[in-house]
Design a protein. Structure first.
Length: 272
């Protein structure tokens, strides 16, 4: 019996990277998983997004833990699609919802035409996820925990004067406002809401030619970009590092933690 046995977790952007790590970590602790991902390309994103094959691997890895999983293709920008996926998952897994991890996001840092897409996915998509999920959580009456996966870009002015990069920082800052508002509103139902703010994480979102070129560019003197290095001597965190923080936030060990923006960043924010 794991600490999360009997609980159901809804995770967006679950096909790979951080989302997959969250799914495996929570499943390993006993939670059943509703995994959602778009599994198709967004035109303004210059690197490959997750595929159906990626989502299938997440399903396989979760099932290896002994947990159940319902995997759905849906776009977080489409409120009704998110609602339908969540309904299907909760019906198949026993009419309960205890944990929400709003993880889906894009980082089209080098794209000059990506403002609307990054706002729609990273901010409106998070709003859609929380607003759709809170209603069954309240109805089921078990309390619970909602975690929004933001970024150090939600706490400091990371970016470059490119629509994709500025939009990313704006959206990640906006997530903090969403988190704080819902933390206040949902406290009466014993539902906690927090955000996690990673520094660079070793996932396909970062480990691609386009993002690496952007990071190299903003690091060069005279380009107007910030110092992107961490305080601790590590270049990038691993997805499991973020999943461990999410697990703590959704566990009883953090039962009185709500309304908090938690950096998991190797000292990046403190260094600024």
């Amino acid at each position: 019996m794991g600490e999360l046995t009997g609980k159901v977790a809804f995770i967006t952007g679950a096909a790979r990277g951080q989302g997959r790590a969250h799914a495996i970590k929570l499943a390993s602790a006993g939670a059943d998983i509703i995994a959602l991902d778009l599994c198709e390309q967004i035109e303004s994103v210059p690197y490959p997004l997750a595929t159906d094959d990626d989502l299938a691997i997440t399903v396989e890895l979760v099932e290896k833990t002994g947990a159940r999983i319902v995997a759905c293709r849906a776009d977080v920008r489409d409120r009704e699609a998110v609602k339908a996926a969540l309904r299907r998952g909760t019906e198949e897994l026993g009419d309960r919802l205890d944990i929400v991890v709003a993880n889906a996001g894009i980082a089209p840092m080098t794209a000059v035409d990506a403002w609307q897409d990054v706002i729609d996915v990273n901010l409106t998509g998070v709003y859609n996820t929380v607003d759709v999920a809170m209603k069954p959580m309240i109805k089921f009456g078990n309390g619970g925990s909602i975690v929004l996966i933001s970024s150090v870009a939600g706490l400091v002015g990371v970016g470059a004067p490119i629509a994709g990069a500025v939009g990313y920082t704006a959206a990640k800052h906006g997530m903090v406002g969403i988190m704080r508002a819902y933390a206040n509103f949902l406290a009466q139902y014993s539902i906690r809401v927090n955000s996690v703010h990673p520094a660079g994480v070793n996932t396909p979102m970062i480990d691609n030619d386009f993002t690496r070129s952007w990071l190299d560019g903003v690091a060069q003197q005279g380009h107007g970009g910030p110092d992107m290095s961490n305080a601790l001597p590590v270049q990038a965190l691993e997805p499991e590092d973020i999943a461990n923080a999410v697990f703590w936030l959704v566990s009883d060990a953090a039962r009185y933690v709500t309304g908090t923006a938690l950096p998991v960043d190797a000292g990046y924010v403190n260094k600024r």
